[in-house]
Every structure is written in structure tokens, then in C-alpha cells.
Design a protein around this ligand. Structure first.
Ligand code: HEM
Length: 375
């Protein structure tokens, strides 16, 4: 906010950027003015139309579709998965802990959420190497670091990769859908196939897009939450020691990690009418990026925001967004992170980052975290 002001226009990307807590809260609280659906305003609207998920729908369709899966993600429903998440965590550690070193990402924080969401959806978790490639391709540039000023070229390159990836994902899920139609199981895919809204089933494309969203949204973000935790501990070894001595501090520490190093750093909206924000007139049909990462460092909301404080109260960070699109998977991400970190800290005596190897971060416009993290 200090560099760009609370509102600025990005010439290169042709979108507006909005900083600060109140502004991001406003963007996420008023879907009538700030729509998640860009299809009336973007080029290639047909392809946008086809790929629509709850992430880019507005009410009432958004609410109808979201309500079909909310049950599966409530803290109560997830409590039943605690033992399974712990078992997966222990399995992953059994495979690596004897070595004395591992890449926290490849060996631990990537496989855990992907196995969990695969099991919830009902797809074979052995296919996870393919899921990883697809998830990475959707959000990460292999080629270069992306900055505020090379966004347009980057986005153009990414668009082709995203199209190919989505088509591969849809082909993959189409086969599973056909199997579940014949033989339903207790899984989210079978639930979506059986679901009806006002007597109407979802279209095959709606189900395919939903599956792709759940697989990808539940992946890289939670991976990075665990990776970012290690980075925060690395910078604040006293915090790690405190948590080791007092594990009940962990849930609150995870909230501070979400604030301080949010795995997803922005949300996107489109203006449905002319609006004025901090004296800037933004016309209808413009894309606005709301920097949740900037909201999370707003000194008016978080005194001394640069201080990493695991006992910060209140801590109303916006890492999971806000309003009707508030992250559906937040209870799952919190549970996975808590169980994974509890067991990791319990089973390792001296968990430390390997300082002989550099941290490599993901190259992405909206994801923040390490892509390799030797510990
Ligand atoms: C939405 C972040 C984990 C599924 C969102 C949004 C954010 C976010 C910021 C709001 C987007 C917007 O307002 O436009 C995160 C972070 C995670 C995480 C930081 C991990 C630390 C997960 C997991 C799942 C998931 C584990 C599911 C398995 C979703 C879905 C939405 C969403 C389906 C769309 C909700 C809607 O539009 O109504 N997430 N997420 N997320 N997230 Fe997450």
C-alpha cells in the first residue's frame, strides 16, 4: 500500500489493484458490485463459461452448487477424518524419517493433502504424480519469475498451458464419472452425480469443473501452508521451541502463519458498475485484484504487522478470503496442517531447515511458498 497507494491501475496487466484491509473486505463482501464471474467482460467468454466453478459464479447459482458439498467440509464431518489424516502423515514419515533428511515439500507437504482430497473425491491416490503435474501447471510457471510488470506476457503463456491441463483433467475425470454412474460409492463424485438442484441434475461439465477445482484448490495451498510454517519456524526458532513445549499453541500459530505468509495472496473480482474506491473511479467491467497479503499486513488491523506473533489476538486475517466465497476447504486445511505439524514435531527431535541449500520459491502470480525445502 505504501508503494502503490491503496488503489492503482496496472498498465501492463490492464487491471486494478486494491490494497489494505478495508478495501479487500469491501471487495469480498459485496458480490453484486464485485462479481466473481468475468464472462460478460473477458475475451474468449465461451471457454470461461465452460470452466466455471463456484469460484467464478455469483448468487444464486453459486449458493446452490456450493451447498451440495459444504456438508463434506464442515469441522464436524472432518473430525471423522482425523485418524486417517494422522495415519497418512505417519506413513509418509515412516518412509523418510530414517534418512535423517528430506525435502519437506516433495516428501511430506505435497503428498499429504493430495492423498486426502483424492480419497474424499474417490479417485486413486496412486495417480497423484499426475495430479501434481496438473496442479503445478495450473498455477506455477516453470520458466521464470513473475513480477507485477511482466504479467501480461506471463498470463498469455499460462493461458495455453491452463487450457491443455484442464482438458487433460476433464478427460481423466470423465472416465471416473462413467464408472461411478454404474457403481456409486461413498465419495464426493458419487454425491455430485446424485445431487439435484430444483429437480435438475448437474451437467457433466459442471461436475467435471467441480472435481478439477477441488483437486487443485486443495493441493498447492495446503502444501505451501506447511512449507511456509517451516520458513516461519526457521526465522523464529524460539517459536518452534515454545510449540514443542506447549503443542496446544499450534492452532493459533497456524493462524499467524496464514496471516504472515499466506499461501494464496490475492483474490480477483470484476466491477458490475462504476465504483469509486479511495477517490479512484473504476469503470464497470474492470478486473480488480484484491491483495489479501497486503490486507494481512494492514497496521490498522494488525498492530506491528511485521512482527510474527503466534499469540496475536484478534487475528482476523484474510488468508482464506471472506464472504460468500470464503474458502470451502479452510476447515480441512487447518485440520491437515495441525495434524501434520503435531506429528512432525513429535517425531523429529531437531527439525531444522538445511541452510546449505537455498530456498526455491514457487513462481506464481497468486501462490506463495517454497517449492523445495530441504530439512
Ligand atoms: C476458495 C485460500 C485450501 C477449496 C478460497 C479462497 C481463498 C482460498 C483465498 C477465496 C477465493 C475468492 O474469494 O475468490 C486457500 C488457502 C488454503 C486453501 C490459503 C490452504 C491453506 C483449500 C482446500 C480446499 C479448498 C484444502 C478443498 C479441498 C476451495 C474452494 C473455494 C476456495 C472450493 C471456492 C469457494 C467459493 O467460491 O465459494 N480458498 N484455500 N481450499 N477454496 Fe481454498
Amino acid at each position: 500500500r505504501e508503494t502503490y497507494g491503496p488503489v492503482s491501475y496496472n498498465q501492463d496487466g490492464k487491471f486494478w489493484e486494491v490494497f489494505g484491509y478495508d478495501n479487500v473486505l469491501m471487495l469480498t463482501s459485496d458480490p453484486e458490485t464485485f462479481s466473481s464471474d468475468g464472462s460478460p467482460f473477458v475475451e474468449r467468454a465461451e471457454s470461461w463459461e465452460e470452466d466455471k466453478t463456484i469460484l467464478n459464479l455469483d448468487p444464486p447459482r453459486h449458493r446452490q452448487l456450493r451447498s451440495l458439498v459444504t456438508q463434506a467440509f464442515t469441522p464436524r464431518a472432518l473430525a471423522r477424518m482425523t485418524a486417517r489424516i494422522a495415519a497418512i502423515t505417519n506413513d509418509l514419515l515412516d518412509q523418510t524419517i530414517q534418512r535423517g533428511e528430506m525435502d519437506l515439500i516433495a516428501d511430506f507437504s505435497y503428498p499429504l493433502p493430495v492423498i486426502v482430497i483424492s480419497e474424499m473425491l474417490g479417485v486413486p491416490s496412486e495417480d497423484r504424480a499426475r495430479f501434481k503435474k496438473w496442479s503445478d501447471d495450473m498455477v506455477i510457471s516453470e520458466y521464470e519469475d513473475v513480477t507485477r510488470d511482466n504479467l501480461a506476457a506471463y498470463n498469455a503463456r499460462m493461458q495455453a498451458v491452463v487450457r491443455r491441463t484442464l482438458d487433460e483433467l476433464y478427460d481423466y475425470f470423465r472416465v471416473i464419472l462413467a464408472q461411478r454412474r454404474v457403481l456409486p460409492r461413498v465419495d464426493l463424485i458419487s454425491d455430485l452425480l446424485a445431487a439435484q438442484i430444483d429437480g435438475q441434475s448437474l451437467t457433466e461439465q459442471e461436475i467435471l469443473s467441480f472435481c478439477a477445482l477441488l483437486l487443485i484448490a486443495g493441493n498447492i495451498t495446503t502444501t505451501n501452508l506447511i512449507g511456509n510454517t517451516m520458513l516461519c519456524f526457521d526465522e523464529n526458532p524460539d517459536t518452534l521451541e515454545r510449540i514443542q513445549a506447549q503443542p496446544d499453541l499450534l492452532p493459533q500459530a497456524i493462524e499467524e502463519i496464514l496471516r504472515y505468509r499466506a499461501p494464496a495472496i490475492l483474490i480477483g473480482r470484476y466491477t458490475t458498475r462504476n465504483v469509486t474506491i479511495n477517490e479512484h473511479i473504476i469503470p464497470r467491467g474492470q478486473m480488480i485484484i484484491g491483495w489479501t497479503a497486503s490486507a494481512n499486513f494492514d497496521p490498522e488491523q494488525f498492530p506491528q504487522p511485521e512482527r510474527f506473533d503466534i499469540e496475536r489476538t484478534p487475528n482476523r486475517h484474510l488468508a482464506f478470503g471472506h464472504g460468500i466465497h470464503f474458502c470451502l476447504g479452510a476447515p480441512l486445511a487447518r485440520l491437515e496442517a495441525k495434524i501434520a505439524l503435531e506429528i512432525l514435531l513429535e517425531r523429529t527431535q531437531h527439525l531444522r531447515r538445511n541452510h546449505n541449500q537455498p530456498i526455491e520459491t514457487v513462481h506464481s502470480t497468486f501462490i506463495l511458498g517454497p517449492r523445495r525445502l530441504p530439512v
